[in-house]
Design a protein around this ligand. Sequence first.
Ligand code: PSU
Ligand code: MN
Length: 300
Amino acid sequence: MKSAIKFSTEVADAITAGNPLVALESTIISHGLPRPSNLSVAIECEEIIRAHGAVPATIALLDGVVHVGLESYELEAIANRDDISKASIRDLAIIIAQGKSAATTVAATAHIAAIAGIKIFATGGLGGVHRGANESFDESADLTALSQLDMTVVCAGVKSILDVHATLERLETLAIGLVGFKTNRFPGFYLTDSGFDIEHRVDSPDEIASIIKARTAISTQFKSLIVANPVKKEMAKARHDQILAAGLAKAAHDGIDGKAVTPFLLEHFHTASHGESLSINTEIIKSNCALAAEIAVALK
Ligand code: PSU
Ligand code: MN
């Protein structure tokens, strides 16, 4: 078998030098955003992280090899190739052994980032408990993965397509830390406020770095920390709720389930909102990349 992990030159150099790194997932590129903006957003995200003094490590599987950090032609492959599946942790070994290619979800990315020693991760919105999960049992592996990894994840809350209240309860049960960045309200992805409180508020990257250090001191670092960073310019709530209701009905009618649900609903939002959700999603990711880089630098 080929060596399982390949580091990009930039990431390998940063690890050797002890420079701050930020992990990025690839499912958002291949399954979360439409072409061609998926590639430009991915490139922009990496640039934002560099501009804030850290090194981006986008994670994906290409032809049976786990990549931590992608060269530009590899990023292009993830954005444009048609044979890129969506891999969670359980899929990794299978895809490696079969020599296939896949984008990694939050769960799979965090798992690989932790192996590579990367402690900070930026994404859009986390996966969580789906609506109707009491019947479908559809809960993202993002939650269980984060309950077992030393990772700080910067996100705009969980995706608003989910059952947010149930997800918050699961985060508590799984002992996953949660702080609001400059807010006491849990963000709702496309919305700045999901309607639920966050107990703990932080106002600076330094404060978050202190929390990360304290986690190690008290041995709670293997239950990840979520930094919830609300989007600045949200979608009108009535419009959001209307598009979501139509999307959920369409998903049920079309028999969409399992790992196809999230990409289906995100795509529905992008089409039904005529691109508004796409531009909000892009802003979310960019802002999370900037904050994640600031935290990585503060931690150094
Ligand atoms: N956040 C986004 N867009 C996405 C995702 C997150 O803004 O596409 C992806 C992440 O990879 C996350 C996945 O892990 O959706 C969750 O999928 P599921 O609900 O099937 O676990
Ligand atoms: Mn699921």
